[in-house]
Ligand binder design. Structure first.
Ligand code: NI
Length: 168
């Protein structure tokens, strides 16, 4: 799997729901996790590797010997707290770029697990931020869409320069 770097049209698409959770779905999630760990990420959404499906992997545990992977199929936010938290966010599709983003501190999501079972779970802190960031990817949104246009344009320009440099 190869991570797509912004700006790229594939990162601005709305991903499709998974109808049936099968072995292909599970295999994609496992490969996504592997790709995420390899790149030292804490979250990855399928469109970032060119698969326009509503699949997300997350692992916010900072200890590499104590993995806590989350595999989310068709994740959907059903409740957001009114209280907000600010984290400095980065993204594997926007390498070396960071910005402070304010998001609800706590969320309740519903999703399907690898058995296809519908689950509901509460997340807070960094995990809540990370999951919101990844669900944004499924709707074609990036973290820079939450900051000022000016700051967003600076970051996008830097990424275009980086892409040109890497092509040489
Ligand atoms: Ni991201």
């Amino acid at each position: 799997m190869k991570i797509i770097v912004a700006p790229d049209n594939r990162l601005n698409q709305v991903s499709k729901k998974i109808d049936i959770v099968d072995n292909t779905t599970i295999s994609i999630l496992d490969q996504m996790l592997e790709c995420m760990y390899k790149n030292n990420g804490i979250g990855l959404a399928a469109p970032q590797v060119g698969i326009l499906k509503r699949l997300v992997v997350v692992d916010c545990n900072d200890k590499s010997n104590n993995k806590k992977p989350l595999k989310l199929i068709n994740p959907e936010i059903i409740k957001l707290s009114t209280e907000n938290s600010e984290f400095e966010e980065g993204c594997l599709s926007l390498p070396t770029q960071y910005a402070k983003v304010k998001r609800p501190t706590e969320i309740i999501i519903k999703f399907q697990n690898v058995k296809g079972v519908f689950c509901k779970e509460v997340f807070s802190g960094l995990e809540a931020t990370c999951i919101q960031h990844e669900i944004d990817h499924l709707d074609g949104k990036l973290f820079v869409d939450h900051i000022s246009k000016l700051k967003k344009n600076i970051i996008i320009k830097k990424l275009i320069k980086l892409k040109k440099k890497n092509k040489k």
